[in-house]
Design a protein around this ligand. Sequence first.
Ligand code: ZN
Length: 320
Amino acid sequence: MTPTWLGPEISRLRGAFTAGRLPHALLIHEAPGAGGEWLAGWAAQMVLCSRREEAPCGRCAGCQRAAQGQHPDLTVMRPLESSTQIRIEQVRELAAELALTAHQGGYKVSILSPADSMNRFAANALLKTLEEPPQGTLLILVVTQPSRLPATILSRCQRVRVRAPERADAVRWLEATRGPGDWERVLAVLGTTPMAAAAADPAAVVEVAAEVRRGLEEATAGGGDPVATAERWARSELPLRLTCVENWLTERIRGQAGAGAFFTEVRAGAHPRGHGKSLDLHQLFGLLDAVRELKSSFDAPINRGLALESLLRSLSAGAA
Ligand SMILES: [Zn+2]
């Protein structure tokens, strides 16, 4: 089902296509998880559909192959499994592919996602294709941080902005595509990223979030077994658990900062204790940094259990 919040972008793209004004390069700038890739896939189907007047019809062979990622004239380029970057060899391959005539005699489409994962060399290689695109080319770059791409690339693409939907729109779409579930809670845990929520098991997310909260409350009260809890958390659903810890800490910081107190304290550089049995802002920010660090180094071979254990111990120490 079409994400309702993409309606305006969809009609603009369709209008441009019908009028023969579709540019040969689109830059879809999306809020994280807001459906940029979905829109790229939709646009690919539109130009590869054999029923031009109702493209994308969703029923013809062109649409179906594109939807399954098996259309000979559609390439989707991502960082290779072992890497976080799109590399120059991949872009060269893509350029060579685009230079060939379309198998079906129509468009040749390439989706690069996330395009801001192209390294400098890859971006330079892509520039050549952007400067002189072969006839019938549609390049679609999906990015969350366009500023990471060179200006020379940005200036050659038409920008399409995809904003995060309102919570209520996201919930309605999730109910329609995935069926019933506590999507409000799932979105509260994962942030306003309907695409990430759509890939999740709602019951499991809610359960893990509740379990992490219990563990953190327990540690804050000086109880629980940090070693066992840390080991259990490191073993399963670690990224989700870290997001839950991050949410919990953020909540605490907001709660403790109150309205004006936060800015006063930060400006004064003071981190007073004396909030009863709780960690002060300075400590909470320190823990938040540690969790974010752990999240970003997720692929790095560090001892996650130990890092979590130290976090739980810090909470317990705050209770002492
Ligand atoms: Zn079709």
